[in-house]
Design a protein around this ligand. Structure first.
Ligand code: GLA
Length: 389
């Protein structure tokens, strides 16, 4: 990936002058879905799939972007004095949003850049290709302009700010945090209310994590996502009239059940129920993993899917087909939708000796039922964003 990217960089921008290289990963969330904007816990890990950048300084304030993933768009030009979102700017709204968010915090970007991007995360699959691009840009800026006080957590927060306020998706902190802070062979148990976190080793003695890409991306993903967030915010306000809480993550299941009538709308009740139960499930799941109770971890993943499907309603037919097929197979410990939802991927824990069968039988059955193929990735958990050279 990197060699090809450097070669292309020289072809596009010329071979004279120094360049630097960087990488930021995508992520898969093991459990704790739609909890990160509800003050709850999440448990994602960084992938070895991700986004690479080759970067060179410019003497002026121009920005030139080229993505090998959108090569038909060619070089997209902009300027540090024009950091405004535009439809015509396409994917470059992500790096530009991060530049805008740095400037907003008073970090002056004193010169322009030539940037080439190349990623191996399938776009729109719910594996955080956009968050990885944001984290990558944050790292490029920190390194290029020697913003030494900017931490990797700051980079995650800046990425989230740019996504919320420049690109219009009201996402939580999970994706950018996982991309910035990931650690090889570990998942991150993050309390999104305090940003306290702990790395938990993911050592599955005889099983692997498998991502299945449904290759379905429904439109309206961002607006449905923002709707869920609004529903939870309203439910929180209603519950605050009955209980002394700051976030839905403050409630146990029992407390929620005792106060749920404060939420006046049945749909909002289901949303809040998911946020509360999923948070508690995540805490239990991490405990189970620490105690090597992988079977219990898998059961909690299944329960998470059930709740995302029925109470939070962020699954879709194709994803449910994948999850049903997986959960019915011997050797599968757990399976659920992962990420924002409405398509994208599932994550499953599969015993080593069942993996071949998992891929071939689910692949075949999915193709028959849905009419197009799914894709499978056996997960390697990698490190967070870093400079390569
Ligand atoms: C998207 C968002 C995250 C998180 C997940 C759902 O990936 O970017 O912040 O809310 O959906 O868990």
């Amino acid at each position: 990936m990197l060699e090809k990217s450097i070669q292309k960089f020289k072809e596009i921008y010329g071979s004279d002058g120094e360049y630097r290289t960087y990488f930021a990963p995508g992520r898969v969330n093991l459990i704790g879905e739609h909890t990160d904007y509800n003050g709850g816990h999440v448990f994602p890990c960084a992938l070895t799939l991700g986004t690479y950048a080759v970067v060179r300084d410019r003497g002026d304030r121009k920005l030139r972007f080229y993505s090998m993933n959108f090569s038909s768009l060619g070089v997209i030009e902009s300027d540090l004095d024009d950091l405004v979102p535009r439809k015509s700017a396409s994917w470059t709204n992500y790096p530009k949003g991060v530049m805008w968010a740095f400037e907003k915090r008073g970090y002056k970007l004193s010169h322009g850049l030539d940037i080439l991007i190349n990623g191996d995360i399938p776009n729109g699959s719910g594996l955080s290709s956009s968050a990885s691009l944001e984290t990558l840009t944050g790292l490029i800026l920190k390194d290029t302009f020697a913003f030494d006080t900017v931490t990797m957590t700051d980079i995650a927060l800046i990425g989230q700010d740019s996504e919320n306020n420049f690109n219009g998706c009201n996402c939580g902190i999970m994706d950018q945090f996982a991309s910035a802070m990931g650690k090889k062979d570990h998942a991150i148990f993050l309390d999104t209310n305090t940003l306290n976190y702990e790395y938990a080793p993911v050592k599955l003695p005889d099983a692997k994590i498998i991502i299945t890409n449904s290759k379905v991306k429904h439109s309206l993903v961002d607006s449905a996502y923002n709707d869920r967030r609004n529903e939870c915010e309203t439910a929180l306000k209603e519950l605050q009239a009955a209980a002394d809480i700051q976030t839905l993550g403050d409630l146990t299941e029992e407390e929620y059940e005792a106060h749920k009538d404060a939420v006046k709308d049945p749909v909002r009740q289901k949303r809040a129920k998911h946020a509360v139960y999923e948070n508690q499930r995540t805490i239990l799941a991490v405990e189970a993993l620490k105690n090597n109770q992988i079977e219990l971890f898998g059961k909690l993943m299944n329960a998470s899917h059930e709740s995302l499907k029925n109470d939070y309603e962020v699954s879709c037919e194709e994803i449910d087909i994948l999850v049903d097929l997986a959960q019915a197979m011997p050797g599968v410990l757990g399976s659920r939708i992962t990420g924002g939802g409405f398509g994208g991927c599932t994550v499953s824990i599969v015993k080593n000796d069942a993996i071949d069968d998992f891929i071939s039988s689910i692949g075949k059955a999915y193709l028959e039922k849905v009419g197009h193929s799914a894709e499978f990735y056996v997960v390697d958990i990698g490190d967070g964003a870093h400079k390569l050279g």
